[in-house]
Design a binder for this molecule. Sequence first.
Ligand code: R5P
Length: 291
Amino acid sequence: MKIIPGPASKELGERIAELTRAEVVPVHFKTFPDGESYIRFEAESLLNEDAVIVQTTSPPQDERLVQLLLMADNAQDMKAKSITAVVPYFAYSRQDKRFLPGEALSVKTVVKMLENCGVSRMITVNAHNPAVLKMLKTPIEDLSAIPLLAEYFKEKGLVRNPLSLSLGKKAVSVAMEADGVLKSGYDYISTKRDVRTGNVTLEDKKLPVKKRDVIVFDDIISSGGTMAKAVKAVKDQGATKVYAACVHPLLTRDSQEKILENGAEEIIGTDCVQSPVSKVSVAPLIAKALI
Ligand code: R5P
């Protein structure tokens, strides 16, 4: 097995290579003045090798997606025996159904492009809707980083008797997973999404948070709006300390400030997306899936 750490996940790819004791194929990349991407592998052939490309597709997602396609097709041209794409944050997966007539189904389009470039297996982490991924032709394994995040809180002793909360009833399994590690109770914050604007509003729901430490778990923090509202709602109901935990800290614009201003002690994320809050590494999780 050869690990090919893409430009967006160089450190993570190298960590995975260390853990799996696999050789690394260094990748040279640049962006031409007109914005196009260039990729070169430091290898002459991948003949009979199982190639594992590690490339997250967080913003700038279009550029990172093109780099991933170039790497997969290159591995195919270099005669790799199999090509696995490890895509910790899977861009475009939030558009997983036609919410309104006429909408493009982006998750399907992206997977089709990867298949055409020779990808025979994919590994993602907490993809937005794993059920949709199962309908695609390419086998996709969706791993969960929630237990690793929960372990972090436990090991660091950041919270006492915490309540694990998910954002939305549909995601309550996330809170349950965290509680599998923290073992002091879980619940969900009730949410409602406007299909036209995508805006999320919180519905009134009494939560057992009074004088308790709380961790709000979500798959993604992007603008931070959803998490900031959740943190405030939980604080308003009398929680002592509130932490914001997420797998994919996209952290666009002023998201961090927004969440902290609304009362969060800290934001904890993973290296599915490298960011200042990426305190938890998913390398062991991915390495285990590869060996
Ligand atoms: C939504 O379905 C996701 O689980 C997240 O709650 C959402 O993507 C967060 O977005 P934002 O940070 O922009 O509110």
